[in-house]
Design a binder for this molecule. Structure first.
Ligand code: NAD
Length: 268
């Protein structure tokens, strides 16, 4: 059995990963972490996720339980909890599966360094469908080429605090790779006012926040006389949570290094 701890266990993702983890063969939910001062700290995990008692209590420091688990999953908002967990797990030699988004480049660098001696699956979107989509988008961009304008639109629920979504950025990166462009140079995030005409190189990325939308992404290639669109819609968070369940055994058996869902699915 793989013993799992989840940072952000009381969150929307933490709860769904816990439920699917309990149903999955070979996984044993042995730890939950929340921020210091959270009302769920000290409670039985069962009470937090709405199942019978598991005999394991939520803690506010990963340090307290890291030696008792084989892998640490982190989905926290804000990302601080994930960064703190990476420091602890990296030092303890425990692999991680991380889905937290909204980290700055500098934070990713620090986290990668903290985890250099362990395996870590770090993905902005654990959905199998989105991972396949990114692969197809890269290929489409390569084939369609510079004559087609690339634009990405994403929509998420009103509670999401970072924009654009990590998935939109990953799809923009995939598009840029296919077009042999550097997203840092050609990414345009929203447009307003007298922007002038679009340049041929730019890749537009736009964010909608409304209601309870779980996650929708459209990658559009606009040519003369036709538009090609790739659309992904997540109907429930279980699409991400089930990807996490697939990533856990991968992280536990992989050599030290940073991986993403393409590695887990073997389509890199
Ligand atoms: P949420 O707000 O419902 O849950 C976040 C949880 O983190 C909360 O329970 C919060 O109390 C907890 N938390 C905050 N600080 C903490 C700390 N220091 N230590 C431990 N826990 C702490 O958010 P969510 O919808 O579950 O999303 C969480 C993160 O996962 C976000 O960054 C979101 O964008 C990302 N996400 C990623 C994917 C993916 O597939 N990679 C999918 C969905 C969401």
């Amino acid at each position: 059995m793989i013993k799992v701890a989840i940072c952000g266990i009381a969150g929307r993702m933490g709860q769904r990963i816990s439920h699917l983890g309990l149903e999955a063969e070979g996984l044993d939910l042995r730890g939950g972490v929340e921020f210091a001062g959270s009302p769920v700290v000290g409670k039985d995990i069962g009470d937090v996720i709405g199942v019978p008692h598991l005999g394991v209590h939520v803690v506010d420091e990963l340090d307290a339980i890291v030696s008792t688990v084989d892998v640490v999953v982190a989905f926290t908002a804000p990302p601080d909890g994930t960064l703190a967990a990476a420091k602890v797990a990296g030092a303890a030699g425990v692999p991680m599966v991380i889905g937290t988004t909204g980290l700055s480049g500098e934070q990713v660098e620090t986290m990668t360094n903290d985890l250099k001696d362990v395996a870590c699956v770090f993905a902005p979107n654990f959905s199998v469908g989105v991972t396949v989509l990114a692969k197809l988008v890269e290929e489409a961009a390569r084939i369609l080429g510079a004559d087609y304008d690339a634009e990405i639109v994403e929509a998420h629920h009103r509670f999401k605090t970072d924009a654009p979504s990590g998935t939109a950025l990953a799809l923009a990166e995939a598009t840029a790779r296919g077009l042999d462009r550097n997203l840092q140079e050609v990414g345009v995030y929203g447009r307003h006012g007298d922007t002038g005409a679009r340049t041929q190189e730019e890749i537009g990325v736009h964010a909608i926040r409304a209601g309870d939308i779980v996650g929708e992404h459209t990658v559009m290639f606009g040519g003369i006389g036709e538009t090609v669109q790739f659309v992904h819609k997540a109907q429930s968070r279980d699409t991400f949570a089930s990807g996490v369940i697939r990533a856990i055994p991968f992280a536990v058996s992989a050599d030290a290094g940073m991986y993403d869902m393409r590695d887990v699915l073997g389509i890199k």
